[in-house]
Design a protein around this ligand. Structure first.
Ligand code: C2E
Ligand code: CA
Ligand code: CA
Ligand code: CA
Length: 275
């Protein structure tokens, strides 16, 4: 039994070592990956439910690592937040998304907004208004065509978060709350913060037809958003049934695989040509 215990322990530690080393490989290669152009940005259309037209796109970062292959942002973003590289990744995505949207406009596509995810650290540490100003200036994109997606964790309470949001809002940028309903929810922030849009988290959307409580929550979030004169978008829409439910509840917009997966910028242009 003693022998077995030791073996289990050794097995456990070697597995842990493997995990630790993947994590530290990722952490240590972000800077080089950015320099080598291993990061790209894909775009997922956001659809107006009534007209079924594309009203915006969300920018989602991708990383094809030279040794590890494609790594999900769900894996590397938390690591980048931990070691601070999220600031560099965030600037890269913001600049790329603004430039891309401007070049779509230059190519004659009907103008729409690009939504960029902003991590908590980027919002609290970086001078977000300055970074955004420079991305707009360099790209020539008008502020009304940029939206920042903030999570509830960012905006929890602090006075400086409120004033940063007001500063961005005054510049003419749209602000949305991402993954709404999954964070620590003090609803009172909704009346204090200059928000345009609530994004219903995909977890709720997924369960609309399997869990009546999730359906009730989606319904309630939509009604609340409208009562507060906020726009509301459901993410993770995968089925016609989910879309039909959202339509009867008068949800404004939808995003998800039912319409389109995140795609290369050239594919967005093709969508427009077809439309
Ligand atoms: P998120 O902001 O909630 O983004 C939505 C995620 O859901 C994306 O995953 C998207 O590809 C996926 N998705 C979209 N439609 C559907 C659907 O119908 N069904 C399902 N199952 N999934 C759908 P992705 O691209 O892997 O990103 C994961 C997370 O990583 C994002 O969640 C966001 O939190 C973070 N992330 C991605 N790009 C960035 C970025 O540029 N900056 C920051 N700070 N975070 C990012
Ligand atoms: Ca998002
Ligand atoms: Ca989300
Ligand atoms: Ca999320």
């Amino acid at each position: 039994a003693k022998e077995e215990g030791r073996n289990n322990f050794q097995f456990f530690t070697s597995e842990m070592n493997e995990l630790v080393s993947r994590k530290s490989k990722i952490a240590m290669s972000i800077r080089k990956g950015l320099e080598l152009g291993e990061f790209t940005v894909h775009y997922q259309p956001q659809i107006d439910i009534t007209s079924e037209k594309i009203i915006g796109v969300e920018a989602l970062v991708r990383w094809n690592h030279s040794l590890l292959g494609p790594i999900s942002p769900a894996e590397f973003i938390p690591i980048a937040e931990e070691n601070g590289m999220i600031l560099q990744i965030g600037e890269y995505v913001l600049h790329t998304a603004c430039q891309q949207n401007k070049s779509w406009q230059n190519a004659g596509l009907e103008a729409f907004r690009v939504a960029v995810n902003i991590s908590a650290k980027q919002f609290s540490q970086g001078n977000i208004a300055e970074i955004v100003t420079s991305a707009l200036k360099q790209s020539g994109l008008a502020p009304e065509f940029l939206e920042l997606e903030l999570t509830e964790s960012i905006i929890q309470g602090t006075a400086s978060a409120i004033s940063k949001m007001q500063e961005l809002k005054a510049m003419g940028i749209h602000l949305s709350i991402d993954d709404f309903g999954t964070g620590y929810s003090s609803l009172s922030y909704l009346k204090m913060f200059p928000i345009d849009t609530l994004k219903i988290d995909q977890h709720f959307t997924r369960n609309i037809h399997s869990n009546p409580k999730d359906a009730a929550l989606v319904d309630t979030i939509i009604q609340m958003a409208h009562n507060l004169e906020l726009n509301v978008i459901a993410e993770g829409v995968e089925t016609p049934e989910q879309l039909a439910f959202l339509k009867t509840k008068k949800c404004n917009q939808a995003q998800g695989y039912f319409f389109h997966k995140p795609m290369l910028p050239e594919m967005i242009e093709e969508l427009y040509v077809k439309a």
